[in-house]
Design a protein around this ligand. Sequence first.
Ligand code: ADP
Ligand code: MG
Length: 415
Amino acid sequence: MVLPVRSRRPFRPQVRTFAPVSSGAAPAAPLPTQSFAELGLTEGMLQTLERVGYSHPTPIQALTIPRALQGRDVIGGAQTGSGKTAAFAVPVLERVEVGSPDVQALVLCPTRELAAQVTLEFEKLAAHLQVEILAIVGGDSMGRQLDGLRRHPAVVVGTPGRVLDHLQRHSLRLAGIRIAILDEADRMLDMGFAPDVERILQQTPKQRQTLLFSATVPAWIHRLAERHMRDPETLSVAGEMELVPTIRQWCIECSWAEKEEALTMLLDSPQVRTGLIFTATKRNADLLHAALLARGYDVTVIHGDLSQRDRDLALERFRKSRVRFLIATDVAARGLDIEDISHVINYDAPSSPEDYVHRVGRTARAGREGVALTLITPIEILKIRDIERHTHRAIERHQLSDLRLLAGSVGELVG
Ligand code: ADP
Ligand code: MG
């Protein structure tokens, strides 16, 4: 990388390799190298997988699918973006009884955006089957959901609140559930859904199979497993805090007052094709949104205080590349699988290394490249050290003055 720099304090990019450093956590089972065919799937499923372009199982899929097919309870741990959805959707679809009037599988997700994503993945993977998949989430029309329930879906994907609503109205019956799935269980806990999840599980048959997936495995999951799972097998793929090797990371030191300037310099770079920008609070998200709009940026915002309609709209526009930048808070962006985000920008530093991993996990998905940029004030520099320690990866440091010197070619730095 040749940079046109003239300065008394020369700009020396720290050259570091981005090879993943082992976090010391060994895979829980022999590294899977199989094909989907070796996992014992039906011909119909194999054809669908081929058609959707999944040529090989991801490690978590290779580990958990055979166990889940045997009917075992499984706790699957793998970093975000590792294909956990298909890890449960494939065995669930292999095990549902086509033509049964019962809801046979219930998937609980922490947010309606995630539920929508999981529903889409199920629909994709059920292409060879005559089964209905229904999403029942808050903010969506009750009427539509009641109609959907009358069509005897085999799989229901829902958020805990709305599932409980339907249980209270007796519009959803869980007596025929054969498999319960808790997706992104750690987020469910973060969002305060732990009691709801347990209440829902209590209304499903005891002899059901339970699959639980999570990026991290907090203590609640072990307690829940003791109470609600039968001899679960824990299968996890890598260190919980591992970042995919295709992410490049920079942080830019600046003062609070300089943050907006630093951000706009980054956004002006053509290499930053699409950017997901994180703020610490909803208020900061709104303030930054207004500031960027006033400066003429193509930007929208998503956070928990916006109406569901506005959140859906913002996400849809960003997903379809109709808007270049999306400002988000942590909760609103959790687990979202948006294709092809070139840059994740932490306008406000994340509050923990774990949040950092979740945020930057929105880029470099499915083997693609991505860049994570963090604006950091001098007093927060310890946060970066903490993140480096937890992720076993170096974050290259720069000063705002470096960006200023590079004005116009910031892209060389961040691209
Ligand atoms: P997670 O839930 O672990 O964060 P997702 O289930 O959202 O991950 O999957 C991340 C991305 O990887 C999705 O875009 C999905 O379509 C893709 N994917 C999943 N399994 C495979 C596979 N076997 N081969 C290729 N791509 C896959
Ligand atoms: Mg997921």
